[in-house]
Design a protein around this ligand. Structure first.
Ligand code: SF4
Ligand code: SF4
Length: 379
């Protein structure tokens, strides 16, 4: 039996959805949605669920993750019910459902929690950097002397391990919510075979290419690859020693070229998104939740301070290099610490995992259908 929460619509407003009750179910949005299928229909069905307070049903649904917020449904809606924004709000809500710590809910629903959490991590990082940094050599740039690699790298790995633990434990909860009893009915080999779905969608965001606005896919892909390349470069720095060093490599060093690509891709897409949200011309930019701004601002300043630090380094300016490096870390820590496991950036994992779980569910249903007639025949 499906439980109903009559206050669900009110609850969802904190996540951004203000207009779900405008919907009168003409169905235009589902017809124009390039990503809705016969098996996974949205967004109209979810407008209904919200109106009826079917919270339980929503908690176990994966469709909100199949929407890429292209905005086509917003334009087609005669009631300004903003179905794309309602789907976006459902993703925010689901992120809090999967998160077992409760921090995600606080960050999504309270401005005070956002400001205090970001502020605390920002200033705590500055205190640690200046408290434990090495000597500030002023006659030439010696970044490794200021930020010794044998301290920065292990701290970075521990930080990454903690974040991965929170994110993966939340992904596991997502798996339980979405697959439920289906989880046990498929053999392990199916989970292994379908891993390709996870990998392909993580790296290509292929479904987004079905959206009418193709440039969105390209921008999203640039951002994703920029982030992935930067992430990999930071992780292999312990081997390549191209970043935290007192002898900066030449401009043609492969790691440096890749890093330049990552920085330019991320700063371009983030700046474009900030301008889009300020102008509010495109449907997907018309409504911004405070967490959208938190993400964009933290990401923009993280990339900008990283770029600036490299420029100061190339120009041979020691003190500006050290101080922008400290600022870069102070923006990076709240960006990764709050966004990756608890808020907006967690979709980087939840989207491909939703597609992976969708395939597992499909295979489970196929297996059940095959086993049905077989067991009847045996009887
Ligand atoms: S187009 Fe608008 S009114 Fe029609 S079903 Fe979709 S959300 Fe509801
Ligand atoms: S925003 Fe795009 S993908 Fe999402 S429901 Fe609307 S039309 Fe479909």
């Amino acid at each position: 039996m499906t439980k109903v929460n009559p206050n669900f619509g009110k609850k969802l407003k904190k996540f951004g959805a203000e207009t779900a009750y405008h919907c009168y179910h003409c169905g235009n949005c589902t017809v124009v949605c390039p990503l809705s299928t016969d098996e996974e229909q949205f967004p109209r069905r979810f407008m209904r669920y919200v109106q009826l307070g079917m919270e339980d049903k929503i908690k176990h649904s994966l469709e909100p993750w199949l929407c890429y917020y292209c905005g086509d449904c917003q334009t087609a809606c005669p009631r300004q019910a903003n179905p794309g924004e309602v789907m976006m709000s459902l993703r925010r809500y689901l992120t809090t459902v999967y998160d077992w710590t409760g921090l995600s809910r606080k960050l999504y629903t309270s401005m005070a929690w956002k400001v205090v959490s970001v502020g605390l991590l920002f200033f705590a990082t500055l205190a640690v950097v200046y408290g434990f940094s090495g000597e500030m050599v002023t006659d030439r740039v010696e970044l490794e002397t200021f930020a010794p690699a044998h301290i920065v790298h292990p701290v970075g790995y521990v930080f990454g391990a903690v974040l991965s633990f929170f994110l993966l434990s939340n992904v596991y909860r997502m798996f339980r919510f979405i697959l439920g009893d289906y989880a046990k009915s498929v053999p392990l080999s199916v989970y292994v075979e379908e891993l390709r779905t996870l990998v392909v969608h993580f790296f290509t965001q292929a479904r987004m290419r079905l959206c009418t606005n193709k440039s969105r896919w390209l921008k999203h892909w640039l951002l994703m690859t920029g982030y992935f390349v930067a992430f990999m470069l930071v992780n292999i720095d312990v081997v390549t020693r191209w970043s935290l060093t007192n002898e900066p490599p030449m401009w043609w060093h492969p790691a440096k070229l890749l890093w330049t690509y990552a920085s330019i891709a991320m700063i371009y897409v983030t700046t474009e998104a900030i301008i889009g949200r300020l102008r509010k011309r495109e449907p997907m930019h018309q409504y911004s939740h405070s967490t959208d701004w938190m993400f964009l601002i933290l990401l923009w300043f993280t990339v900008f301070t990283g770029l600036l630090m490299r420029i100061f380094m190339e120009l041979g300016l020691p003190l500006p290099t050290y101080h922008t490096f400290a600022l870069h870390l102070a923006f990076t820590v709240p960006l990764l610490g709050l966004e990756v496991p608890f808020t907006k950036w967690s979709h980087l994992a939840y989207r491909p995992f939703a597609l992976y779980f969708a395939r597992i569910k499909e295979r489970a249903v196929q297996l059940q259908q095959r086993q049905g007639p077989e067991s009847e025949m045996a009887a």
